[in-house]
Design a protein around this ligand. Sequence first.
Ligand code: ATP
Length: 358
Amino acid sequence: MIEFRDVQKYYGDYHALRGITAEIRAGEFFSLLGPSGCGKTTLLRTIAGFEGISSGVVLIDGKEMADVPANKRPTNMVFQSYAIFPHLTVAENVGFGLRRDPRTAAEKAQAVAEALEMVGLKGYGARAAHALSGGQRQRVALARALILKPKVLLLDEPLSALDKKMREQMQVELIRLQRQVGITFVLVTHDQEEALVMSDRIAVMFEGQIAQLADPETLYRRPNSRQVAEFIGVMNFLPASITAELAEGFQLQVAGLGAVEITAEQAPGAVTGGAVAVGFRPETLTILYEGQTASDRETSGTIEEVVYYGDMTYYDVKLDGVDSPVRISMRNVFGRPVLDIGTRTRVAWSAGALVLFR
Ligand code: ATP
């Protein structure tokens, strides 16, 4: 549906997009994720046509967009700030884009009612827009964009102004809505959890470049660099050395874990030897209680810090032979005590959960 070919963008001397090449598929929920200033909004605006590009090509639905102004593109944008007209009713806001539409008033009213129903605001048409909550305003903004039946809906941090509960609810509703209407959604967010929850695929951006483009599970389990690994969730790192390159992987010596073999798939980034590290997520390690045995490997260490979250406890454990602690997250199973700082513990780990980094 959207294709970028070596898109470059300069603001004066500042190189904001540095060779973006990627495809966004028709009907997918695609997210641009990255820290503030990485260029994700700029990239979104090049789709909308609000931003010209310095070189490269942007195609939408197979058509080059260079000479197509924003209002002639098959896209529509939903902004963070909603841009709702407070002095109009909900229905007037939603129908705003149909002002010059040749349909009859009754047909337009029908379209407005359908759009409102789609976003869960059935019956709110006559309500004054200023008398809505933040979440309801965001729904109005969505309905107003959807009523124009764009091929691509562009969402620039649409949920960032909402509180946590409302944001989580709207995330689920947006997924449902996207499935229902079937159009391509492109979301800009700096919130990694939001991107993981909502997206079919995610492009992680740093400094004007796409560092990795993949589905959420691949990004989480097989990040191709330390930078991606650290941006998405928590990743522990331990120093390691490659002791042998195998036909289909590597033999490693890992501080605190010992000798282990991993597959080539567990080294998604370019690894050329030299100083390497292995990474693993906190939930791939398990503290073993008395009588429990490891299903794969086992090591031991001392608990240095305990952070209790109700459903989970985070333990920082200094593995024997390693200087800095690793984080282990444990579900708080009923009847199992939370352990104290200073406790000696056995730790289960899995060779398959390790990722090798340069
Ligand atoms: P945020 O989450 O903070 O919005 P972002 O990843 O969306 O960040 P962009 O808004 O795309 O980042 O901006 C990328 C870089 O380009 C930033 O360093 C920004 O300061 C710069 N930039 C954006 N718009 C302009 C402009 N009109 N003129 C000059 N520089 C700009």
